[in-house]
Design a protein around this ligand. Sequence first.
Ligand code: 5CA
Ligand code: ZN
Length: 414
Amino acid sequence: MRAWQAPSVPDVPGAAPRPVVHDTATGKPVDPTWGEERAALYVCGITPYDATHIGHAATYLAFDTLGRAWRDAGLDVEYAQNVTDVDDPLLERATRDGVDWRELAASQVDLFRRDMESLRILPPDDFVAVTDEVDRVAEAVSFLQETGYAYEVPTPDSDGDDVYFDVNRPTEAWALGDESRLDRETMLTLAAERGGDPERPGKRDPLDPLVWRAARDGEPSWDTEIGPGRPGWHIECSVIAGDRLGLPISVQGGGSDLVFPHHEMSAGHAAALAHQPLAHAFVHTGMIAYQGTKISKSLGNLVTVRGLLDDGADPRAIRLALLSHKYSDDWEWFDTELTSAVTRLATWDAWASGASAGHTDDAAEVASRLRARVSDDLDTPGAVAAVDTAIAGGTACTPELADLVDALLGIRLA
Ligand code: 5CA
Ligand code: ZN
């Protein structure tokens, strides 16, 4: 599927250190490329049933920053992202609003593209709709059944049977290492909250996730080698990441609400399918709240990118507001985030246009501080502070420094 227009990214002389990121699986900082010249990134994409909110924007911006840091370090970056364009929440919203689910998904994906473009987020090389990969998922499910990793559960309301993954059949590599494994109680609660069905009768283990949903009346389904139906959630990401990037990838990314069960199960599926770990590192962004609760499409406490832009916000200020927070922190959006960013951006613009005369001899030092901050687990607040400090200390902006701010932070100064 078509992604969106790529922003221009200046090439800046010199190179950044190789980025190190925090890996959720081990709890440690790692170079997820394992020293290779190629970095493969998969980031879980949207379920397109409502507008892009600033939580989504922050998550995609964090991985945009990683892509920029890798490029600045001289690596070749390959990036894939899915779109969950068939799943229960999307179908439920379409039914509620009396619209065709395909039209709802298509219109929301269009909005998402426009928002990503406005924010100058680097597009994935492969932007993949799950509805285009149904045959590949069916093939994978069939393989899991043949190899004993998946089994059918009697499904009275369908002519076929749903298929579940057996979490107790050992695979070599799961997402979360023993260091970070959750207790069973927590796993059951999270599975129930996040798309699982621990109560479903007939499963071997309540935690077993659905990999294939047999066709039901009134639900979309595809005719495949395992009969009519549609993919379960986690397996789409294992299949798309494996097909487009090859396993193991460098980074599997997404918000922290995907750590369990989504990334755990995706990694389990990948291990069962390919006998490979899904990723060298699992990188998770914090959750952004608004009015005291996590922003969520289902709760409706949305601050949308579109809403901010329609109110006249400079997209660069939205970027700067988000970059002023550490990607992995949970934090709350206040309307003052934007006003502070607007003020800061005005100072930066004035600096870049040469309004603040100063000395250029320590510009190189500022550049290396910027690079060091971004490469150190995407410390964008540190990078923002480095620019603030340079301005406060009277360092004049050079064209290279302005280019580096653009290359790493995606902000083209006036
Ligand atoms: N389609 C699945 C992933 S395969 C999905 O989770 N879609 S989503 O639309 O619900 O979320 C898209 C991305 O935004 C995910 O990475 C999710 O973790 C992240 N996200 C959702 N809400 C927030 C939030 N409040 N703050 C930060 N990131 C968020
Ligand atoms: Zn995913």
